[in-house]
Ligand binder design. Sequence first.
Ligand code: NAP
Length: 212
Amino acid sequence: MLTRKGGKGIIKNRMKIGIMGGTFDPIHIGHLVAAEEARAVFGLDKVIFVPNYQPPHKPGVPITDPEHRYAMVLLSIYTNPYFEVSRIEIERGGPSYAIDTVREFKKLYPEAEVYFITGADAIAEILSWKEGKEILQLCKFIAVTRPGYDIERVKEKLRPLDDKVEFLKITEINISSTEIRKRVREGKPIKYLVLDTVENYIYKHGLYSGGK
Ligand code: NAP
C-alpha cells in the first residue's frame, strides 16, 4: 500500500502479515472463516497458513502425515488471492516451535508487522511455549474463539499480556478438526464442513477411517 506524505514523495506503509499456525488435521471452514475475518478486521495484506510438522505440545499423539495436511491446506486456500501456504515448518522438521517460525518470517519480511493467528486454547498456554516471553516481543497474537467458548477464562489468564493478544470471535461455526475426524470414522457426512476438494481428498486417501 502506498501513501503520499507531506508532499515529500511516496513512502511505504508497513506491510502486515498473518501467520495462521495449526495442525490442520484436517483444515475446515472454521479455519478459513477465521483467517478471512482476521485479514479483514486487522487489515492484513496476506495470511500465510503454516501447517506444523509436529505439534510441540502433543508428543506421541498420532497425527496425519504432514504432506496430506499440507495438500489439504493448499486445496482450500488457492482461490483466495490473500492466502498462501508455507512449508517452513514441514521442511524444518522436528517439533514446530512457533518462535522459530516467527523468526524465519521476520527474516523473510524484515519490515513487516507480524500477527500469529491461532486458536485461543493454544494461545492460552503461550507462556509455556518455548521462549514464550520472547515471542510476545516479536509479534502480536490473534486468538480465535468459537461459539460457547469461555473467553473470559482465557482473558483473565492472559490479562498481563493485554496489549499483545487480540481476541477474534468468529461467526457461529461450531466445528473442530477432532469432530471432523470423528464423523469420517463414524461414516457421517462432512460435506460443507470442509471444502469439496478436501472432502474428496480425505476419501481418496482413506484418511481418518482407521481409529484416530
Ligand atoms: P490445537 O491444540 O490442535 O488447537 C487448539 C484449539 O485451537 C483447537 O480447538 C483448534 O481447533 C483451534 N485451532 C488450532 N489452530 C487454529 C487456527 N489456525 N485457527 C482457528 N482455530 C485453531 O493446537 P495446534 O493446532 O496444535 O497449535 C496451534 C498453533 O500453536 C500451531 O501453530 C502450533 O505450532 C502453535 N503452538 C506452538 C507451541 C510452541 O511453540 N511451544 C506450543 C503450542 C502450540 P481445530 O482442532 O479445529 O483446529
